[in-house]
Design a protein around this ligand. Structure first.
Ligand SMILES: C[S@@+](CC[C@H](N)C(=O)[O-])C[C@H]1O[C@@H](n2cnc3c(N)ncnc32)[C@H](O)[C@@H]1O
Length: 307
């Protein structure tokens, strides 16, 4: 190590148990004023995730009393140091994100999965559609493939087409499709939204597209700057992808089909842009907002419309 470089962070020797190490990590995160929002929303949960990853899953209360060896302690300290120095989301440092209770491989080619749509998938999209009747699903803007794969796992009879414009993202999705052994039912497609999909019709179209407006892009926390801009930025109002999806979805839905579309904080801009449209905004037990649900019949009535 050169004289200029900072000394490596070390866990003080008085700190021995997993529980104490988690507290120590959380204290370092707090002190560094990190931003949380890529799998956790606070320092303690982020610290627990980091430590659990190093000591091995499944994590349980009994493991809080364990005393990790020096190698594990050093690995934990290195991750804490890197998280603070680089502001990279922990998911990228671990190449791991959890979605709907399952682990996914992630790196900087995709955003870190965090969509509240996970909750809806766990219910098989009920009560909005009968899960037993779902045969074909389209996941537009699939990124890591998390929504497509979790849907395939929740609906064993369904075939899922998973679309992304980014070949980099599709390479990550391919890793996850193989990891979860859903190659037979999840098809990855390179396409600009619906452009390469042909005449197929789906029972469900689900999408978490880019929806961050220009102002928010300019002021976003350092952690978000490690995520691909193509996955976040959606023009001045954040609606550059949401509007074409609303306008074109009806041509790709079955008669009883539904569209589930996340627009996050751009929900207000959407309401302002289309004041006559009766949007249904979903509520989530574990938090999250800005996800709308629209039936094919409503799309037929209101889209495409004259703005
Ligand atoms: C917000 S990320 C969502 C990823 C994933 N569905 C999730 O929930 O974690 C949006 C994704 O849309 C993709 N994308 C951007 N523009 C697109 C377009 N015109 N057509 C298809 N995919 C697009 C990006 O590459 C990115 O992977």
């Amino acid at each position: 190590m050169s004289e200029e470089s900072a000394p490596a962070l070390t866990i003080p020797s008085s700190i021995q148990t997993v529980e104490a190490i988690i507290d120590w990590c959380a204290a370092q995160f707090e002190k560094a004023d990190l931003y949380f929002g890529h799998g956790t929303d606070n320092a303690v949960d982020e610290a627990a995730w980091l430590v659990a990853n190093r000591i091995g899953y499944p994590f349980s209360e009994e493991k809080l009393a364990l005393v990790p060896n020096d190698t594990t302690r050093a690995a934990i300290a290195r991750l804490v140091e890197e998280r603070i120095a680089t502001r990279r989301p922990l998911a990228y440092l671990l190449n791991e994100a959890w979605f709907a209770g399952e682990p996914y491989y992630v790196d900087e080619r995709v955003i870190v999965p965090r969509s509240p749509i996970a909750e809806l998938i766990a219910e098989g999209f009920a009560p909005w559609i009968d899960p037993a009747g779902v045969r074909r699903v389209l996941d537009l803007c699939t990124g890591s493939g998390c929504i497509a794969i979790a849907t395939a796992l929740a609906l064993p009879e369904a075939h899922v087409d998973a679309v992304d414009l980014s070949t980099d993202a599709l390479a990550v999705a391919q890793i996850n499709v193989a990891r979860h052994r859903v190659e037979e039912r999840v098809r990855l497609i390179e396409s600009d939204l619906f452009a390469s999909l042909g005449e197929h019709r789906y029972d469900i179209i689900v999408s978490n597209p880019p929806y961050v407006d220009r102002g928010e892009m300019a002021t976003r926390a350092a952690e978000y700057r490690h995520e691909p801009e193509l996955a976040l930025a959606a023009g001045e109002s954040g609606l550059d992808l949401a509007i074409p999806i609303l306008e074109q979805a009806r041509e790709h839905l079955t008669e009883q089909g539904i569209l589930v579309l996340e627009v996050g904080a751009s929900a207000a801009a959407l309401e302002t842009r289309f004041p006559r449209v009766p949007f249904t905004w979903l509520e989530f037990e574990h938090g999250g907002e800005g996800v709308l649900l629209m039936e094919r019949a409503t799309l037929d009535s209101f889209f495409p419309i004259e703005p």
